[in-house]
Design a protein around this ligand. Sequence first.
Ligand SMILES: NC(=O)c1ccc[n+]([C@@H]2O[C@H](COP(=O)([O-])OP(=O)(O)OC[C@H]3O[C@@H](n4cnc5c(N)ncnc54)[C@H](OP(=O)(O)O)[C@@H]3O)[C@@H](O)[C@H]2O)c1
Length: 204
Amino acid sequence: MIVTADLAISLDGYVAGPGVAPDNPGGDGAEPLFEWIHGLASWRERQGMTGGEENRDSELMREWFDATGAVVMGRTMYDLGEEFWGDNPPFRTPVLVLTHRPRPTLVKEGGTTFTFVTDGIHDALDRARDAAGTRNVDIAGGASTVRQYLREGLVDELQLHVVPALIGAGLRLFDDVGAGRRDLEPVRVVDTPLATHLKYRFTK
Ligand SMILES: NC(=O)c1ccc[n+]([C@@H]2O[C@H](COP(=O)([O-])OP(=O)(O)OC[C@H]3O[C@@H](n4cnc5c(N)ncnc54)[C@H](OP(=O)(O)O)[C@@H]3O)[C@@H](O)[C@H]2O)c1
């Protein structure tokens, strides 16, 4: 069991554009971050859709689904995704949602539960670890949530799907992650026309 973080990022370091809103969940100009995912067979399968490309990108997405036993996310990501994910969300695992606004646990179809955690990042991670069994805990986003785990040194592996686009403004992943050097060892680079998938392991 390790703790992972896995995000799509623009070449200039943004994980969302500016102006994020319920009707604009990725922010302005952020289409390149997510549109490559929508054609992947493994992603479509998890959304209850058919078709799509069976390519290396799709394999990487399936690898993430298979390896992940619990997910931690911020309330903003949850609120933006809630309607889109519907009754059978793609996670199919327990999801711990960091929030200041308590809400009863939601049990969805397919094995996804959303539990709203108000006691902070350590409590959410402990609960996710208990739920994940031998599989990984993934810190899914958004930026604020991943930054908090990075700041505390709680992420073991970081995978970035670097899309070939500059967004120019928005939410940067690596702002405010605390001063001080942290070293990573490269685990893998997979380069496809859609994205350059970089996987790193933090060395302690
Ligand atoms: N590029 C990618 O792969 C990727 C992946 C995921 C998300 N995203 C994008 O990221 C954006 C959202 O990111 P974000 O940084 O704005 O928000 P976020 O991390 O999703 O959520 C932040 C919110 O979560 C709650 N929260 C976070 N830490 C907490 C703590 N320690 N204790 C209690 N509550 C806590 C707070 O909500 P309350 O105070 O309201 O309860 C806070 O305002 C979206 O635009 C989404 O599209 C991108």
